[in-house]
Design a protein around this ligand. Sequence first.
Ligand SMILES: Cc1ncc(C[n+]2csc(CCOP(=O)(O)OP(=O)(O)O)c2C)c(N)n1
Ligand SMILES: [Mg+2]
Length: 351
Amino acid sequence: MNATPALDTPSQLLSPEALKEMYWLMLLARRTDERAWVLHRQGKIAFHISGMGHEAVQVGAACAIHRGVDYVHPYYRDLALVLALGVTPRDFMFSLFGKRGELSSGARQMPSHWSARKYNLVSSSSVVATQVPQAAGLAFAIKYKRDHGLIQADDFSQPRCAITCLGEGSTSQGEWHEGMNWAGVHDLPLICIVQNNNYAISVPFEKQMNIRSVADRANAYGVHGITVNGSDVLAMYDAMKAAVHRAYRGEGATLIEAKCHRLTPHSSDDDDRTYRSREELEEAKRFDPIMSFAQVLLGRGVMSTAEQQEFEAKAMEIVNTAHREAESAPYPDEHTIYDHIYAPINHESGR
Ligand SMILES: Cc1ncc(C[n+]2csc(CCOP(=O)(O)OP(=O)(O)O)c2C)c(N)n1
Ligand SMILES: [Mg+2]
């Protein structure tokens, strides 16, 4: 009897170049992130919130969508995700230093509140989970246009899904439930990625919910739910591809719970020694997504050791240049302080 041939998963169809691009994006995010910590400890920047340990979730997700066209509503840990969309380490350094010409808000927002119209990257509030109903609204608009013949399923020039991210702790907020329910009721092309790193600052998962998995909640909203190993970029890519196809074909929303590890304190202003043991952190480092993906690529002969070293050198050069340029750039002109914040005032009419 013939064995049934195994179906190819989307990640098995990725070219060596595509696989190496994934590695490169994860590495670039990590080296940029590491520099931000150094700059903070040197007292040169005020704040940093890190994505270290989350890179596989974010790069796997970004590489599965139509980048720059589908809507992305990120959260503060999504450095690798936004780099994959086209934001550069230089853009990020400008936001860390709050310098003139900063991409997202002209240096008015905190760092890691990304926004760029050219990448369909939508700005979020610091208030956690508020991006979920907003992303559901974008997905609703896509569905409305599709239902009225304004977008076709294969129209690559138009956004055909909206993705949004948040942490597992933020799913305790009402906004998350409202957004997911709306997505379920209307079968929206929404993909919600919950980056479950087991902590909301110092509060562990089991103090946040009395279930074993965030994805268990998908059923209650009538959306598809899946839990994936968020330290494995290819597993994440496969889960995302399935969700993206579902969204593009009008088959409704997906909740992806990506289990990962936060390899740093919550932010530059947190001391995680007060609530998590060093042994636990050392154990988490064994799942470093970049090191494990390097082993996969080297083992398969997709990437050579020489190429890996070239990537390292290139990343350092890019980060050094970005750092240097941002540090020496001027601050915004003080006369522009109210630009884009208040409507221009007509001094004659007083309005
Ligand atoms: C509504 C609201 N409450 C509290 C905060 C403060 N806060 C910022 S991040 C955070 C933890 C979020 O944890 P989680 O959702 O698990 O995401 P993670 O930071 O672990 O990626 C909290 C409580 C906030 N920004 N908004
Ligand atoms: Mg968390």
